[in-house]
Design a binder for this molecule. Structure first.
Ligand SMILES: Cc1cc2nc3c(=O)[nH]c(=O)nc-3n(C[C@H](O)[C@H](O)[C@H](O)COP(=O)(O)OP(=O)(O)OC[C@H]3O[C@@H](n4cnc5c(N)ncnc54)[C@H](O)[C@@H]3O)c2cc1C
Length: 266
């Protein structure tokens, strides 16, 4: 079966086509979608792409960052202003994948992927979907439903204060690659006391999730072994870890508090 490639100048035109033709799929970097086609997925028969340059731009104004959905992980790594996010972009595959993998595609990536999306949750990002801004957690919750056909145009977030963004992708030594767990956090402190916390997990549910109970247990506490004890005790709240070839749900649950502690105290 042939696959059609349809190129549009604007996200609006592409979105209208995606909504009208359920056998079309938006083509980002293609690292997942083209693989699906090559593996024989016949649920779609055309790729839809957009050549509007705005989708490939990074802009920063008044401390707020807007990253086009077609921006690749390699572009993020090359941006000095976004250097705090370097560890999250570098976590996505190897160099060849990072040259193609886009921010928009990462928001749709099934587990064990979606490392950059975990970072976006911790950053409190907004997703511009078809011209409407929605919190990234709402987008992720609805990505198979209300947000399944249409175009992600960009993500935006406030640049985190220096030293406040923390990120860890835990993977096996052998085989090296996909995550056992991914954790991202933005932790703000005043005189050694945590004043605000946003914490996100990957591989601990069917998509990246926010760890709200952990956040509640951190605010008002010292960032010390004793201060984070309550947060570690509730680290599993709201999680349903995945099982795959790299780790079982049980193993992921066992190592979560260990890596959360390292992330918070490191
Ligand atoms: C060998 C290999 C290693 C990998 N390692 C990692 C890893 O370590 N961590 C990780 O997180 N991921 C990894 N991935 C998965 C993938 O490369 C990334 O998640 C990437 O960010 C997906 O983006 P893409 O642009 O390639 O998506 P595509 O393959 O183009 O698209 C994926 C899905 O997202 C949709 N989509 C893409 N862009 C948009 C948009 N703007 N609007 C609406 N829908 C859109 C597509 O329609 C499709 O359904 C790996 C993949 C491979 C093949």
């Amino acid at each position: 079966m042939g696959l059609l490639l349809r190129t549009f100048q604007t996200a609006d035109e592409a979105s209208a086509t995606l909504k009208a033709d359920h056998a079309s799929r938006y083509l980002g970097g293609g690292t997942l979608l083209v693989r699906r086609a090559n593996e024989g997925d016949i649920s779609f028969s055309s790729y839809v792409r957009v050549v509007d340059k705005a989708l490939s731009e990074i802009s920063i104004a008044d401390g707020r960052v807007r990253v086009g959905a077609s921006v690749t992980m390699a572009q993020i790594l090359a941006s000095t202003e976004l250097s705090p996010l370097g560890p999250a972009a570098r976590a996505v595959g190897g160099p060849a994948i990072r040259n193609m993998a886009t921010v928009g595609g990462n928001l749709h990536a099934p587990p064990p992927y979606g490392d950059f999306a975990v970072a976006l949750i911790a950053l409190g990002a907004l997703v511009d979907f078809d011209g409407r801004e929605v919190p990234v957690t709402d987008f992720l919750a609805g990505r198979d439903g209300v947000f399944s056909s249409g175009v992600i145009r960009s993500v935006s977030f406030a640049l985190p204060a220096e030293g406040s963004f923390r990120f860890a992708k835990v993977s096996r030594v052998k085989p090296k690659g996909t995550a056992v767990v991914t954790i991202a956090a933005v932790i703000e402190e005043d005189s050694g006391v945590i004043t605000s916390a946003r914490v996100a997990y990957g591989c601990l549910a069917d998509r990246p999730i926010r760890a709200k109970v952990v956040e509640g247990a951190l605010v008002g506490k010292e960032r010390s072994r004793d201060g984070i004890a309550e947060a570690l005790a509730v680290a599993h709240e709201g999680t349903t870890p995945i099982t795959d070839a790299v780790a079982s749900a049980w193993y992921r649950g066992e190592v979560l508090p260990v890596h959360l502690a390292r992330l918070l105290l490191g």
